[in-house]
Ligand binder design. Structure first.
Ligand code: GLN
Length: 231
């Protein structure tokens, strides 16, 4: 009937494969911590959305060009990004770590990367970290759009190492991705839900309000426990 505005359906972009935050289950459905906290928050706050798994750098590009309303993709709240985007409260702590093939016994520190190739994922905090030390340690950076492609490059031996978020690499190793970690985690930024600066303010406010509610009612912890084994 006239006069009743149609409820807005927000378009929310995410990564394609970034377990345990977003990935497809055997039935091809998107699952993971980001996917489930978003669903729980939307239910709590009563908003509708359509999930759009674009890949990380494509999701951020879509946000920047106003083609999507928000991004949830294990996206680190960095100072640089805060100039362009507004972030929710942090919902998960992260950091960047180097990983090498599980069968490699020659790389034990960044010094061993000299003259070698190192795989990173375009536009990520891991890529920025690798770029910041590549001249000092004398390695070459090669770029991939998806995490599984960079792991593959390390396993085939084209790259000797990759840089990935610690919680994602830790999870992947427990799932048998064929890699291992030999260095400590570098301090990194926590994850947040992002909108374009000054846009979709009501969505950001609902996200924060819902995040607080699902933290208070135990739903947030229940979701984490489902994906990450207690230490
Ligand atoms: N946390 C990293 C970043 O924001 C990587 C995110 C991702 O690959 N989905 O840059």
């Amino acid at each position: 009937d006239e006069g009743t505005p149609k409820a807005k359906v927000y378009n929310i972009a995410t990564d394609t494969t970034f377990a345990p935050f977003e990935f497809q289950n055997d039935a091809g459905e998107y699952v993971g911590i980001d996917i489930e906290i978003l669903a729980a928050i939307a239910e709590d706050q009563g908003f509708e959305y359509k999930l759009n798994p674009l890949g990380f750098s494509a999701a951020v590009a879509a946000l920047e060009s106003n083609q999507t309303d928000a991004v949830i993709a294990g996206m680190s709240i960095t100072e640089e990004r805060q100039k362009k985007y507004d972030f929710s409260e942090a919902y998960y702590d992260s950091g960047v770590v180097m990983a090498i093939s599980a069968t490699n016994d020659t790389i034990t520190s960044y010094d061993d990367l000299k003259g070698k190739k190192v795989a990173v994922k375009t536009g990520t905090e891991g890529a920025t970290f690798a770029e910041s030390i590549k001249d000092q340690y004398g390695f070459q950076v090669v770029y991939f759009d998806e995490s599984p492609f960079m792991y593959e490059d390390v396993k085939t031996g084209n790259s000797v190492a990759c840089f990935e978020d610690y919680p994602v690499m830790g999870y992947g190793i427990t799932q048998g991705n064929g890699l291992k970690m030999v260095t400590d985690m570098e301090k990194g930024s926590s994850y947040g839900f992002a909108v374009l600066k000054g846009k979709n303010t009501e969505l950001l406010e609902m996200f924060d309000a819902g995040l607080k509610n699902i933290r208070d009612n135990g739903k947030y912890q229940e979701i984490l426990d489902k994906y990450i084994a207690a230490e």
